[in-house]
Every structure is written in structure tokens, then in C-alpha cells.
Design a protein around this ligand. Sequence first.
Ligand code: CA
Length: 232
Amino acid sequence: MHGRVLIVEDEVDLAATLEYSLTREGYQVTVAHSGQAALAAALADPGPDVVVLDLMLPDIPGTEVCRRLREHERTRELPIVMCTAKDTEIDRVVGFEVGADDYVVKPFSVRELALRVRAMLRRSHRTEAESEILRFGRLKVDREAHRVWIDDAEVTLTALEFRLLYTFLSRKGRVQSREALLSDVWGIDAEVTTRTVDTHVKRLREKLGEVGDYIETLRGVGYRFRDQPDAA
Ligand code: CA
């Protein structure tokens, strides 16, 4: 499994060992040696998919780093594995209180940490995939899997039809000119004319049956996907 891992560890040798091992597992690894560096790296774009966070850091405690990451909208859901020095109840309780998702106790094996990291990534990937489902009236669209259902019957769309539908759906209630659709769905350099847009919208509507009525034609202007599934 791939993903970006941020290792926050002030012991340089340990950080290097973890970086080496997780890189070998196929992850993209970033290392921060302080709490401040960790916050900067976690809020960077693209940020990490999972953070391995040491509790004892030279500047800000790991618990505080964790707390701040939970306050930020972008890192609120970011999986955090805490590394505690001792398996004391208090460390664990504090860790979970400030929002850590899991923990490992030092000294831990690299293998153990890699397993935790993988479990975190698997969990967050699943949540992401679930949130890719869009529902609108009788229509259900899985953005990730590129699948479309009407009620519970799957409709087979070409990749282009899917893109067209998804573009409509993500801009419900807004007028889409043929030119805008051409550049957004086909790409600005495509050797097609605005008539192509009409042809594909027609085909998409046919495939969607009654749900095709969600796409309204605005004569001379373009199209608009309804902002409510039931027409007034
Ligand atoms: Ca430390």
C-alpha cells in the first residue's frame, strides 16, 4: 500500500532507521525532528496520510502537536500513531484524549510500527472511498469507482459520459455553457465542436432514462443540472 508518512522523532538515528524501513515498504516518508517542524510538515500540501508522532520532543510535547493537528480543519481526521516511551496508562490515556488513533510503546520493532501504519492507511482509505458516494434524488454516483446507479440499478456509462455527469452533478443548479463543458470535460485542446457536447448529453440522457430529466436544456445557452431532484 502506498501513502505519505510523516515521522516526528527527535532522535536522529531512530528517525533515520524508521525512514529507511518505511521507505522500503513503499511509503513516501518525511521526517520532522521537532514539534514545530512536524506542524509545518503536516500542514504542507500535499500533507501526510498518516503521522508517527513521538511524545517527547525538544520544543512542543507530542500531545500538544496532536492537539493542534486536531484543531486544524485539514488535519482533523489525519491518522496519528503515537510513540510513547513507557507503556504507562497515563501516556495512553493522554494520547487518546488529545486525539491519537493508535500508539506503539518504545522500544518497538519497525515491523510493529509498519503494521500500525498500514492499518491506519487502510482505515482512512476506506473512509475516503465511502465519502466518494454522491446521492441526488434517484441517482447514486461513486466518484472513486466511476459507477452510477439509478435507484439500485447500475447504469453503464463510458468514461466520458461519467465525466460529463459528474461535472453536471458537482455544479448543480448552475448554467453550464457548451464551451465550458467542452473545456472541462473534453479538455480545452480537444478537436471537437460544441455539437459534440449536445450529442453526448443526448446519449447520457438516454442512458439515464427519467433521471435524464435532471439535465435541463437552456436553449441557446447550454445546460443546467437541477439543484433539486424533484422539479417544482
Ligand atoms: Ca523523543
